[in-house]
Design a protein around this ligand. Structure first.
Ligand SMILES: *Cc1c(COP(=O)(O)O)cnc(C)c1O
Length: 255
């Protein structure tokens, strides 16, 4: 299992590197977020040992559980006098829908919330961050394909929401996230990513956010190369990393 995971990771990194050179970008300009949804803890620890730093979860409860277990593991290593595998702290990205009543328990564990798509959610995050005396990094999730019923801010509403969020003192808007439609049609996927990038550039050129607004989270296992070619700084990859590895069934949990 361990060598398979290492090979999968290496393969993904090679493909990321190739997409970077095709689009004349530095490999350092794109980071991998390992999406761990169904992966057991042992694999997450192994990914940390392999140098992965960014992790993504789509459910608040799962993010908290995994972040807590990882923190406990690092703590135990230090106590037992072992040199921690990495003295770099993992970065946890929330990439799925967040209900407002989950914000309070989620915030102490999460580093970046990529899936903010309403002013109400942003205000709740801002208030909770204020109580914790911190500033929470967030992205806006954009429904750039305009699919009905899909998560994310409508394209036409995005700049205005960014302006409103820029006034919230305990939030730091760092970028945009999008999901392409599930399709094999590359031109549709490309269009979705290009539209998100245009929005990003509009927000930058209108100076709505500060210099830390510089992330574009675009691309998953099926389309990360297209994301990189369209300017992604983060790709969120799950199934490709765990491909061909037997996963023990995880106990179902409710949020
Ligand atoms: C599950 C998920 C991913 C990863 O998808 P894979 O196809 O497994 O790589 C990325 N982003 C979001 C928002 C997800 O929910």
């Amino acid at each position: 299992m361990h060598s398979k995971l290492r090979d999968n990771l290496k393969r993904v990194q090679q493909r990321m590197g190739a997409a970077c050179s095709r689009s004349h970008r530095s490999p350092a300009s794109v980071r991998l977020v390992a999406v761990t949804k169904t992966a057991p803890m042992e694999m997450i620890r192994r990914l940390v040992e392999l140098g992965v730093r960014d992790f993504g979860e789509s459910r608040p409860q799962e993010l908290i559980r995994r972040a807590a277990m990882l923190r406990e593991w690092s703590g135990r290593q230090e106590l037992s006098g072992e040199i921690p595998v990495t003295n770099v702290q993992p970065v946890w990205h929330m990439i799925g829908h967040v209900q407002r009543n989950k914000v309070k328990m989620l915030l102490p564990w999460v580093d970046v919330i990529q899936s903010v798509d309403s002013l109400r959610l942003a205000e709740e995050l801002d208030q909770c961050a204020a109580k914790l005396e911190r500033v929470a990094p967030i992205f806006l999730e954009v429904n750039a394909s305009g699919e009905p019923g899909k998560q994310g801010v409508a394209v036409a509403a995005t700049t205005h929401l960014a302006e409103q969020i820029a006034t919230l003192r305990h939030l730091d808007l760092r970028g945009l996230m999008t999901m392409a439609p599930l399709t094999g049609d590359h031109s549709i996927i490309r269009q979705t990513f290009e539209r998100t990038r245009e929005l990003y550039e509009e927000i930058v050129s209108n100076r709505i956010c500060g210099p830390r607004f510089r992330e574009l989270s675009m691309g998953m296992s099926n389309d990360f190369e297209l994301g990189i070619e369209a300017g992604a700084t983060l790709v969120r990859i799950g199934s490709l990393l765990f491909e061909g590895i037997e996963l023990a069934p995880q106990p179902a949990e409710t949020d």
